[in-house]
Design a protein around this ligand. Structure first.
Ligand code: SAM
Length: 313
């Protein structure tokens, strides 16, 4: 397994080895701050978040999630990419493979306010800024799908605001954020059409599903949603196609019979005839420097990699 960046080369701007402390890239923090200020959410973002809300369709749910959970969502994605504790054995080379092309495709589902896409791009941008990765021109095509129109708008603004920083590092993005309801087969069909079209000519494809268990599990929506997720996976089979599913390491997610186990059983049942790789989940956790106040927070994650090879004829 090759890593995008060896542990000892992770720059101090992202990982402080002495203090075992991860940092969010400055590019990400500055666009988050700009959007918080613009939307009157900065004061909220520096207050303690209450436990146990998930985000949702309304403006209030979206704003709460953006203020209180955006940094946590981002930290999980960044931890998956950097893996400073070397816990995520089979996950490490996903990003190495992904960034080895010159035109690559990322589906961010549900994209919320864009935490996953913005984090991946910001980390890669920072690694180039620090001279750790050659500045070959790279085109990244992103399609996000999301139920909340307010979150869609934050994701569009965030990506637009990152363009200048990315272009300084020869990273060129093209993005489309779509209205998507995972429980609605018609909306899913529209999303799949867009993914198929936009991923043409891309040498690698990653479907990133992050922080969806709250909705799928707590509201017991898995039965409705799994048919659409089946379709998404089936329509995205291909030699260099990978899905990554990242969730917080909560007891209801990781326990026996919890969300991750259910996901693995589902994948085995639906895709074992084409994928010889026995998907399994990995866990990691790290302290993260809080980007807005003096302090740290803990980021815990569990992640599964699903390889989506094409069926042999
Ligand atoms: C916990 S947030 C995670 C968002 C993003 N992946 C992240 O890591 O920040 C869950 C998102 O799922 C969205 N969502 C809820 N129900 C949905 C549905 N039926 N279809 C698509 N998205 C949905 C919510 O609007 C919310 O933005």
């Amino acid at each position: 397994m090759s890593r995008l960046i060896p542990r000892e080369l992770i720059p101090i701007t992202l990982w402080d080895e002495k203090q075992a402390l991860m940092k969010l890239p400055s590019q990400l923090v500055s666009i988050w701050k700009v959007l918080l200020e613009k939307n009157g959410l900065l004061d909220k973002a520096i207050t303690q978040a209450p436990e146990g809300f998930e985000g949702g369709r309304s403006k209030e749910d979206t704003d709460n999630h953006f203020a209180w959970r955006f940094s946590g969502s981002s930290a999980r994605v960044i931890l998956t990419i950097l893996d400073p504790k070397q816990d995520l054995y089979e996950i490490s080379d996903v990003f190495t493979q992904f960034f080895s092309g010159n035109r690559i495709f990322l589906a961010d589902l549900p994209c919320g306010s864009g935490a996953a896409s913005l984090s991946i791009l910001s980390v890669y941008c920072e690694l180039r800024t620090q001279g750790l990765i050659p500045r070959e021109p790279l085109e990244v095509v992103i399609v996000g799908g999301e139920l909340s129109e307010f979150a869609q708008s934050y994701a569009r603004d965030g990506l637009s605001n990152l363009i200048v920083e990315l272009e300084k590092q020869a990273i060129f993005i093209e993005f489309e954020i779509m209205d998507w309801d995972v429980c609605d087969p018609f909306s899913n069909a529209e999303l799949i059409k867009c993914l198929t079209l936009k991923s043409q000519g891309c040498s690698a494809k990653v479907l990133m599903l992050a922080n969806f268990s709250g909705f799928l599990q707590k509201e017991n929506k898995w039965v409705d949603a799994s048919k659409q997720i089946d379709e998404l996976f089936r329509h995205n089979l291909g030699e260099s196609s990978i899905a990554l599913w990242i969730e917080p390491k909560r007891n209801d997610v990781t326990k026996s019979g919890g969300f991750m186990q259910r996901l693995l059983v589902w994948f085995k049942k639906k895709f074992s005839s084409i994928s010889s790789i026995d998907a399994k989940s990995y866990e990691s956790s790290v302290e993260v420097c809080h980007p807005l106040i003096d302090g740290v927070f803990r980021s815990n994650l569990t992640v599964v990699r699903f390889d989506l090879p094409q069926r042999k004829q």
